[in-house]
Write a protein that binds this ligand. Sequence first.
Ligand SMILES: Cc1ncc(COP(=O)(O)O)c(C=O)c1O
Length: 340
Amino acid sequence: MSARPPVVSRVSDLIGNTPLFELCRTPANTRLLLKLEFFNPTGTAKIRMARQMVLDAERSGELRPGGRIVESTSGNTGLGLAVLAAERGYRFTAVVDGHASADKLRAMRAMGAELIYVSDEGEDGLATAAREDFAEQLAHATENAIFTEQHNNPSNAVGYYPVADELCAALPGGVDWLIGAVGTGGSLCGTGVILRGRCPGLRVVGVEPVGSIAFGGPAAPYHQSGTGTPEGATIGALVDFDLIDQGCKVSDADAFATARVLARRTGLMVGGSAGGVVYQALTMLDGLPPGSTMVGLVCDGGEKYLDTVFDDGWMKEHELLDDDLEARVDELLAGLAPGR
Ligand SMILES: Cc1ncc(COP(=O)(O)O)c(C=O)c1O
């Protein structure tokens, strides 16, 4: 892990060294730490892998000066690629659908990205499979263009190796449990594979929305943005089922209630997928061996979801607003975080 120089000249030099936040510590001295990846530029972990994909494509000669990067994105990967394209003189086309947060799309456009919308018959315009097909065809048909193909690109997982380095440097006692959302699988499995080498007893827990298909169960629409594998999409090659000890499913209602309660109780604004990670972690914490350290990966912050997860009107419209559930999550957190 390299320390950041006091002055930098590229936005991508600001990637990494994100803080760890202790959310709770049980009476048995088991603690839940959150790796706050929204402290990266663009407010998300995904810029780590965007940088890795671009640098590796340059090194291999696939991406040439003045070239175009094409990617299918729910927004966060696109934000990272938009930064890298701006810095390194590439053009960038983001293939998106109606599910992406409006703020992510506006920010990509502000950084010079071209957006192409692909729609599908799917509920709320989630069109992951159609987006990927379109991006592949577009890159193929365009001179000097590459499809970075985040779901199948090993550089995606490699981009998260430094997360493991940062965790080891910050936690000399090691990490016992790593928990994170699984979309492409890059962040959890890239971090997990290196971390397991350093902390041999590490257990890795993957979280996906109810309705996502990577860990089984019936497919159904869901609103947790950026994460999971919706019906019709192929499970990404980076989802390493040998590495993941436990695959869990969290409903939109539980994930969003957790994000909302966290914001009110601690002032920490996390996105919907991180709400799911924290919910799952909270339900497990009491059952872990005393003294365990669990680290949850927080992919992005809540500010991108002010019009959805944190908007009562949107929550009501999608039948997700549930005061009783929020009260239960609040109690769960209060019970695990004495004195907070
Ligand atoms: C908000 C959010 N959460 C979770 C994920 C899943 O991360 P990964 O693709 O590394 O599995 C993503 C990926 O884009 C995301 O944007």
